[in-house]
Design a protein around this ligand. Structure first.
Ligand code: MN
Ligand code: MN
Length: 285
């Protein structure tokens, strides 16, 4: 159950209202990476969660996000308020001024209505936790940009608080994912197809006008990875991809990895992830 207490989690102080900036703040009120989306995503995931420790975490953070929604809504309202009566201010956002009376509605900074389509809820705890880690990263960067475009010290401080909490949440979700003890590439129960999972398709080749090259990184510069060069041009095709066995018509030999992976739940994917990143190479001739 929810209970409302007539205090803000962070006391908001605004010096000079800035309707233009108030409009930007709406992105974190009713936008895709905003506080309502976060609150609903974690709370609804919590309803589906059968791991009681993680359910507690999802409900704790989901509820905290509602408190963030209250802060950002209060902050936006303070900046938007002059639009109700001041014609010059109203010009910053006619929709907020005329339809909204200088108040907040659940819209983003472009006036698009909030939608449940923003939410990522899969009913699979580890998959949801990954979505949440990414969601916190997105919320963090949006707050950082807002801070960079903000002149008012009091507003900046509130945004700094909100931004900081997103990092706290990101860490908690990372630790929760880690606590499940699943190998990083283990998603669901059906294993990926041996061989095929360790093929790297070099589908973008040549050198671009801006100097982009055919690059090398840990994702393709690894003994466990087989590179298939220009698969579409080379007539490459996958001929079989059962969970136990893959076959392709390239010289890349998927059969080679089947013995290594036989009987394991996490076959070639584990091999692909077991080699540390090599940072010394950045491009291939
Ligand atoms: Mn938040
Ligand atoms: Mn958060």
């Amino acid at each position: 159950m929810y209970h409302h207490i007539k205090k803000l989690m962070f006391t908001v102080r605004v010096g000079q209202p800035d309707p233009r900036f108030g409009n930007m703040l709406l992105e974190q009120f009713g936008g895709a990476h905003g506080e309502l989306a976060a609150a609903m995503q974690y709370s609804i995931q919590g309803l589906n969660c059968e791991n009681m420790a993680c359910k507690d975490l999802l409900m704790d953070i989901g509820t905290e996000e509602l408190s963030h929604l209250e802060i950002i809504g209060t902050l936006a309202r303070m900046h938007l308020k002059p639009m109700k009566k001041d014609a010059a201010a109203a010009e910053h956002d006619p929709l907020v001024a005329i339809a909204g009376g200088g108040g907040v509605t659940l819209c983003n900074s472009m006036g698009n209505a909030w939608t449940a389509d923003y939410l990522k809820v899969t009913g699979e705890l580890d998959v949801d936790l990954r979505s949440n880690i990414a969601a916190e990263a997105r919320a963090k960067i949006v707050y950082e940009r807002l801070i960079n475009f903000c002149d008012d010290p009091g507003t900046k401080e509130a945004l700094q608080f909100l931004m900081t909490r997103e990092i706290t949440h990101m860490r908690a979700f990372m630790q929760a994912l880690d606590s499940l003890g699943k190998p990083p590439l283990s998603i669901g129960l059906i294993p990926p197809t041996p061989g095929i999972v360790d093929q790297y398709y070099n589908d973008s080749t040549g050198e671009g006008d801006d100097g982009e090259t055919d690059a090398t990184g840990p994702w393709n510069d690894d003994p466990a990875i087989t590179i298939v060069e220009s698969p579409a041009l080379a007539g490459f095709q996958v001929e079989a991809a059962t969970p136990k066995r893959g076959r392709t018509n390239s010289k890349a030999e998927p059969e080679a990895s089947t013995s290594r992976s036989r009987g394991k739940a996490e076959p070639a994917a584990k091999a692909a992830s077991s080699h540390p990143a090599k940072a010394d190479k950045s491009s291939r001739g």
